[in-house]
Design a protein around this ligand. Sequence first.
Ligand SMILES: *Cc1c(COP(=O)(O)O)cnc(C)c1O
Length: 394
Amino acid sequence: MPQGSLDYLKSELAGLEEAGLAIHPRVLEGEQRARARFDGRDVINLASNNYLGLAAHPRLKEAAARAAREYGAGSGAVRTIAGTMTLHAELERRFAEFKGAEAAIMFQSGFTANSGTVAAILSREDVIVSDELNHASIIDGARLSRAEIRVFPHKDARAADRLLEETRADGRRQLLITDGVFSMDGDIAPLPDLVEVAERHGAIMMIDDAHASGVLGKGGKGTVSHFGVEGRGDIQVGTLSKAIGALGGFIAGPAHLIEWLVNRGRPFLFSTSTPPAVAAACLAALDVLEEEPERIDTLWERTRFFKDGLHALGFDTGASETPITPVIAGEERKAQDLSRMLWDEGVFTPPIVFPTVPKGRSRVRAIITAEHTPADLEEALGAFERVGGALGLI
Ligand SMILES: *Cc1c(COP(=O)(O)O)cnc(C)c1O
């Protein structure tokens, strides 16, 4: 075995440790729930994206178990060779319907849906106009496409307008792309302004609704529904990994886009398709969403309860408009301390620090779910009060 060729990683890691930026994932024992056990400790879990409490819902578990018994554990092939199962086809039909789109295609994750799609629809001559806080999977897709990447200040539709104007050229395709809900701040993209700008320039409009599917809009249909701009915007991305409770990513749009992605979406072509248990769980989740829309109301009720509580205590939740609730601590160390002391009090809220968020805006991020009871949230607020007081944040 060669010696020493990877030694530089040791000093890189030491640097991360020193800066307090090294990641050591906590280990979940048991199910992903509002109260859960991580690293041997029972905590109020404000760290998951399990917005509607579907990850451990009995109907999803039963559907997954039944599908595994009936169809096996794995799909055994990529979609384009022999790995397209009836469950995948059914899920794509259902998701297109859910999003009000002509067609939909499933990827193995939201990450591959984004990166695979952006890379497949643009090439070197084209341009991508992207919000500065867009998700890493959009950035990776933009790089893979080799198109020119122009970044506009967060939520600034006029800046996006100027960039589209500046980069206009004959035969050049332009893509305007935004997250629907931004994962670190929990704010919502100004979609009506952005679609208007895209339409004016004849640009492709793509919306990544990873944190909005199942959360925003009628029946959880996403940002497009939230703003009532149905039928505008060319491409909607959804994830099945967050509110839907399982795993997977989706692109919804016109049939010719979906057909193109079957031919050119590299994760679709070159990576094995979703196991039947996962696809079946997603189908069951769509059923639950349809039959129990009150879960979304509960999610928003609990979100309001928790945020009102934080504000009454004097905490700053930044620009949040959704269940994603940043609690601003300021300096990097302060956010680390806040997170650690909350953990010691039995509340799990991960720290989010530079470079994920700007220097001086470090925070812990709490995500509320429909499964958190008012008693859970009261208890968490009590911990926030004690720790926030001790740290001089309130
Ligand atoms: C989580 C997330 C993704 C990735 O989705 P996965 O299904 O977890 O791969 C993509 N975009 C945004 C904005 C996200 O927050």
